[in-house]
Write a protein that binds this ligand. Structure first.
Ligand SMILES: C[S@@+](CC[C@H](N)C(=O)[O-])C[C@H]1O[C@@H](n2cnc3c(N)ncnc32)[C@H](O)[C@@H]1O
Length: 186
């Protein structure tokens, strides 16, 4: 309950950054992650974890030798995640999602298996939206995935202009109900 209250408080502080009134459900998290092959993935990036609903599922599934970079711009969410998550495989970064490359060693800059994003893309200014998704695209290896949830189908054309294929599923088991975009890099 405290988590939900904090989330709402952060939403009222900065609606455009937080983009939702409450944390996502675990069910949406399962749906976001169902097409990622955690038995193989060694490089994972999460954008906009908030209170960490998806982060916890990723950590539970990732290999012992995998790495997860988590980008959270909001001060409170970042501090709470840093305090709560203590796993040598995970780096929690207080920076904007478009700066992914800065935190990856050169040989890993185009080798990530998947980027999992909860960013409120369609409320971002268009130049930020473009630079964030360009940065995500650049760090993903060929045949890697970009998974994004949104509350509308507005992102379809935009994501199709970048990725070679975009599959969309929908779930009502979230508030608000959400579309999951699973995008493939050629
Ligand atoms: C819709 S919330 C999703 C939170 C969480 N993943 C969930 O589903 O409950 C979006 C999150 O993206 C974060 N965010 C917004 N802009 C960001 C940026 N440029 N870089 C990193 N995180 C950002 C917000 O602070 C917020 O935590």
């Amino acid at each position: 309950m405290a988590t939900k209250r904090n989330f709402l408080k952060e939403f009222f502080k900065d609606r455009k950054m937080v983009g939702a009134v409450s944390p996502s459900t675990r069910f949406l998290g399962e749906k976001m992650l169902e097409n990622i092959d955690f038995d193989k993935a060694k490089g994972l990036v999460e954008l906009g974890p908030g209170t960490g609903v998806f982060t916890d599922i990723i950590i539970a599934r990732m290999r012992d030798d995998a790495k997860l970079l988590v980008f959270e711009l909001n001060d409170e969410f970042h501090a709470a995640l840093k305090a709560r998550i203590n796993d040598p495989r995970v780096q929690i970064i207080h920076d904007s999602a478009e700066n992914i490359a800065k935190y990856l060693p050169e040989e890993e800059q185009t080798a990530q298996d998947a980027v999992i994003s909860s960013l409120p893309l369609m409320v971002f200014p268009s130049d930020l939206r473009q630079s964030v998704v360009d940065a995500a695209y650049a760090c993903i290896k060929p045949k890697g995935k970009y998974v994004q949830f949104q509350y509308s189908l507005q992102s379809k054309k935009f994501l199709e202009s970048i990725f070679s294929s975009v599959k969309i599923t929908f779930t009502i088991r979230n508030f608000p109900p959400a579309f999951v975009y699973t995008c493939l890099k050629k």
